[in-house]
Design a protein around this ligand. Sequence first.
Ligand SMILES: [Zn+2]
Length: 126
Amino acid sequence: MRAFQIFLDGTHQATAGDKDLDELSIWLSITPKNEEPHLIVQGRKLDADTLYEFQWVDLPVGVGSVISLKHVESENIDQPSQTLETKIESRCSFCGKTEEEVGELKRGKYAIAKICGTCLQLLAAS
Ligand SMILES: [Zn+2]
């Protein structure tokens, strides 16, 4: 399966990936308050009404650090260091009404937000 090998200053940090992921992201986040940037490697999977978020790496990156990534085909994926499971409510993300009140809610393939028919019509008309 497709995966990323992540190295920080030449040291292998993780091999992240999964055949079932909807998205695998690697980014550097800079927060305020003069904190060091963090290298973050996360994956997401949306399964019916549950969002699964996996994290492989969350490391501070000092000035002069070298980050390298290698795109690989590998069956040896590391277990995520953190897994978060979030239940997605059956409510319209715009008006807050439940599916029982407004009927079927629509959602994009990988989207968390849901929308009812009324809000969709209002959006289309604006
Ligand atoms: Zn709505």
